[in-house]
Design a protein. Sequence first.
Length: 341
Amino acid sequence: MNKLIHLFSLLSPFIVYSSNWYKGNTHVHTILCGHADSTPEVVAQWYHDYGYNFLILSEHNKFIDPSTVKLSGEIRDDFLLIPGEEVTGPVHSTAMNVTRLVPWEFKDKNRSKIVQWQIDETKKAGGITILNHPNAPIIRAAELFPVNDLYLFELYNAHPMTKNFGDAHRPSTSSLWNALLDKGMTIYGVASDDSHKFAKWDEKYDNPGRGWVMVFSDELSSDAITLAMNRGEFYSSSGVILKKVVVGKSQIEIEVDEEATARELTSKFLFGRSVKKGKPGTFVDFIGPGGEVEETISGIKASRIATQEYLRCMITHRIKKEDGLLREYYAWTQPVFTDGR
Ligand SMILES: [Zn+2]
Ligand SMILES: [Zn+2]
């Protein structure tokens, strides 16, 4: 199962992604960090049992060898632990698919240098970097402009303290993304859990199951998933599931999978983002340079041709809960570029 229908030809500018994608979480913690509540086995078992296809046990400055983590019961053959670590300093990053511990002791006042050092050290250990929770602490776009080889960052980190949507002191991670794309960077947005709690459950806790990626890959292996993410062949979700994503040379077309999205929203772990206004429904925003919303389409199918340097797409599913409160769930596609980057 989970075989990607990936229709791609060098003769065709279109990549059509549909059905059966690999669901994964790139960021989670265990008791080994000192402030989470469950063992690597309990954490991995949770993601296995809830239908994920891959997980990175991204412990702070510790390398958890996946071969040491034993799952129990009937183990699915489409579940994979990808080796990794969360490298910390004043800036945090996930070292994805590394073969060993990545050092973290580098200190510098210049945070561009810290990010670059983490990228370079992760590369030496065979992996790639995802810059984590850029709003906690805040890292400014200008600090990332000089950085090379950064292709992934956390657009949506589901930990309640991470301020993805910004506040009086910081712009949203979406604004950060626009600034990096406007500068000419090729960088893709990741959603992750960053959960620490599996023993106590509440909306206010950093529980799992709230942010993830759906990766298009020919196979479920650490190398294939990592390469696919580094090429932007995935979308990110906080609840909305897509049935179809067509990424053309200068076009995006999407279709929401209403049934699968409804199933996700029955999860008792998923609360969505509380908002004050807006009418219930599904809305697709096409976003271009400067963060300009070029078009909003109401409904579950949408497409648009890019007329500027890049185009990306954000899908919002807004519902009114029984308590009368509005909640939003999202999916984010990666950008298409028309300027040859
Ligand atoms: Zn962190
Ligand atoms: Zn973390």
